[in-house]
Design a protein around this ligand. Structure first.
Ligand SMILES: [Zn+2]
Length: 372
């Protein structure tokens, strides 16, 4: 994200969770700059809260980096929560800019110091840590990542959503094993399926792979599911989840690492809220390139992954399919083009009819009908 530094009133706006401090209810909203005020409005455009530029403050909620949650010094109960520090940074920069027609209300020196602090913290969180994240990740032993991953299992694979059919789970494990046959992976991947209508799959720290039933449901065929699994394995072979955790943990992670007190539990706490944050475009390209390698070595070819991207592009127009997967990945069209350039046909089917049926039966044999 970049903004013009010279613009007098930049058109700043971002999705947030807004807590007005009065109704004891937080809601999804849009935060925008209106004149010299920050204003939270709900979907219908109704104003939820408003406060002036000079009263913008930052909250450290003890988990995420300090620059993710804003408040107002005039209404200290207000909380404006962003999905990531880089979304909050432009608003902090805007509030810290020398006021044009606005005069600093009180204690200008303290406000100026706070502004400098916010900008420095913003710089560390948005620039320095992402640059350092790759070398830091490389220094973290896999055994440590595994213990972080262990803490994350209950967050990412909640007991009540877990699919338990052994045959279907064995198919996912077998696909992962075939894709990783010529890689040295330690420890081997633990695979899960969870009951979730959203077409998605993800990996998390410590070699864990999660397939959601919505992915199987919306896939045009078995080879499309295999393609997405290859992409997710690609993320983990590059340790993108650990890297993202370091970026999102930001200064807290760095200071914890330097001054001690960074336990697998505390790292997992940082990671638990962040697995839905997007990977960078570079990370996505890296995962796609690795997926192509894995798919070709296993003889599955690239057409399945391409078919899934086409399906994702179609689904984007269907608002009932809640789809963070789309927003967290570069545009499908761009990726389809990149895949077509390295296209390799399948040398063998991705799975038998029986295996595909077992995959589709995942989470179907559960007792209650709690699916939405
Ligand atoms: Zn991805």
């Amino acid at each position: 994200m970049s903004m013009s530094a010279s613009s007098e009133s930049p058109a700043l706006s971002a999705p947030v969770v807004c807590f007005d401090g009065k109704s004891a209810r937080s809601q999804a909203a849009t935060l925008s700059v209106e004149g010299t005020d920050l204003v939270c409005r709900d979907e219908a455009g109704v104003e939820l809260t408003r406060f002036s530029r000079t009263s913008v403050g930052v909250v450290d909620d003890g988990i995420e980096g300090p620059s993710r949650i804003l408040t107002s010094t005039q209404q200290p109960d207000v909380r404006i929560k962003f999905a990531s520090p880089d979304l909050a940074a432009p608003f902090l920069a805007w509030s810290a800019k020398p006021a044009g027609r606005t005069r600093l209300a009180a204690k200008p020196r303290i406000l100026a110091l706070a502004a400098v602090g916010a900008v420095v913290a913003g710089f560390v969180a948005t620039k320095a840590i992402p640059l350092l994240a790759t070398p830091i990740t490389a220094m973290i032993p896999m055994s440590y990542e595994v213990s972080v991953g262990q803490e994350l299992v209950p967050y990412h694979v909640p007991e009540k959503r877990r699919c338990t059919e052994a045959e279907g789970l064995a198919v996912i494990a077998s696909v992962a094993r075939q894709l990783l046959a010529s890689e040295s992976v330690n420890p081997p991947f633990t695979v899960y399926a969870i009951d979730n209508d959203e077409p998605n799959a993800f990996v998390f720290a410590g070699n864990h792979l999660v397939v959601q039933t919505g992915l199987i449901e919306h896939a045009p065929g078995p080879e499309a599911v295999v393609g997405v699994i290859a992409h997710e394995l690609g993320h983990q072979l590059h340790r993108h989840a650990m890297r993202r955790m370091i970026i999102s943990g930001g200064t807290k992670f760095l200071f914890g690492a330097i001054f001690g007190g960074l336990t697998p539990e505390s790292v997992a706490t940082m990671g638990a809220t962040q697995y839905r944050l997007r990977f960078s475009r570079d990370a996505e390209r890296e995962a796609d390139a690795t997926a192509v390698r894995l798919l070709n070595r296993a003889g599955f070819g690239t057409d399945g992954l391409t078919a899934m991207f086409r399906r994702f592009a179609e689904l984007r127009g269907e608002p009932h399919v809640f789809a963070t997967y789309f927003s967290s990945h570069p545009l499908e069209e761009e990726r389809i083009e990149a895949l077509e350039r390295v296209r390799a046909p399948a040398a063998r089917p991705a799975m038998t009819d029986r295996e595909w049926a077992a995959l589709k039966a995942l989470c179907r044999t559960r007792g209650d009908a709690s699916r939405s």
